[in-house]
Ligand binder design. Structure first.
Ligand code: COA
Length: 257
């Protein structure tokens, strides 16, 4: 598939998706959101892709937010529609993908950019990264899941402060507050993502997909996460991966998933 705003490459079961609008600090316009949806769906459908790394092009930004120029003239119904469609098409979609996604934050992750990173399964950042939800400074609120996912990651008080002040926090602050898992220099960032991806690749992709479902269930209204865990745990016993994993252990060899 060819895209206007993103670059996609595959190497050793890892698909890397780069948001590529550097002149606009990789801001998410409608076309980019659609292209990201298509690229994630495609990567998830290819059996050989077992980890997805998401990053921004250039050395300045992961994503500096939703493209403000696209919604500056919107009215109430259009605003609600933008939020709903974006959440369905990209943010909720990738959070629930069975293939693990690592957000690799290489600079500004603001507004929709931080919301995109938060919808990924976990995040790592370069030491120059700056993160925030500046929407209230524009007279709106975060609309791509930010009011829900930020408190899940950093706690309610820190999230309230970040949202109300519309300020940016440093990579170090993000690390201390659980928003990102690791901080390294910009040169070390993609190699670190690939190193973590390599560790994921050693494990059962089917079990990982089940684990994603079970962990996410904890954050869904009206869903009992323990029940989902029981179901997914049981399902694992019917997979070839379970047979291979347990057999390999008993035969004292590495599993080949
Ligand atoms: N939407 C649309 N365009 C954006 C954008 C966004 N969210 N963020 C940056 N851009 C564009 C700028 O308009 C500028 O375009 P231009 O060269 O055609 O004028 C270009 O990207 C470079 O940005 P610039 O502001 O000149 O870079 P900077 O280094 O001075 O500042 C930021 C960087 C991130 C602090 C600043 O761009 C910014 O505050 N962006 C908006 C962040 C935001 O509010 N995001 C939430 C949106 S809901």
């Amino acid at each position: 598939m060819s895209y206007n705003n993103i670059l996609v490459s595959e190497n050793d079961s890892i698909t890397t998706i780069i948001i590529n609008r550097p002149k606009k600090l990789n801001a998410l316009n409608r076309e980019t959101i659609q292209e990201l949806h298509d690229a994630f769906a495609e990567a998830d459908s290819v059996e050989d892709t077992r980890v997805i790394i998401l990053t921004g092009s250039g050395d300045k930004a992961f994503v500096a937010g939703a493209d403000i120029s696209e919604f500056a003239n919107f009215e109430v119904a259009e605003g609600a529609d933008l939020s709903k469609k974006g959440q369905e098409l990209l943010f909720d979609f990738i959070e629930n993908l069975g293939t693990p996604i690592i957000a690799t934050i290489n600079g500004f992750a603001l507004g929709g950019g931080l919301e995109l990173a938060m919808a990924c399964h976990f995040r790592i950042a370069s030491d120059n990264a700056k993160m925030g939800l500046p929407e209230v400074g524009l007279g709106v609120i975060p609309g791509y899941g930010g009011t829900q996912r930020l408190p899940q990651l950093v706690g309610k008080g820190k999230a309230m402060e970040m949202i109300m002040t519309a300020g940016m926090i440093s990579a170090e602050d993000a690390l201390q507050n659980g928003l990102v898992n690791h901080v390294v220099s910009q040169e070390e960032l993609l190699p670190l993502a690939e190193k973590i991806a390599d560790k994921i690749l050693r494990n059962s992709p089917l079990a990982i997909a089940s684990a994603i479902k079970a962990v996410n269930a904890n954050f869904k209204d009206g869903v009992n996460g323990f029940d989902v865990e029981i179901r997914e745990f049981g399902n694992c016993f019917g997979t070839d991966d379970f047979e291979e994993g347990t057999t390999a252990f008993l035969e004292k060899r590495k599993a080949n998933f």
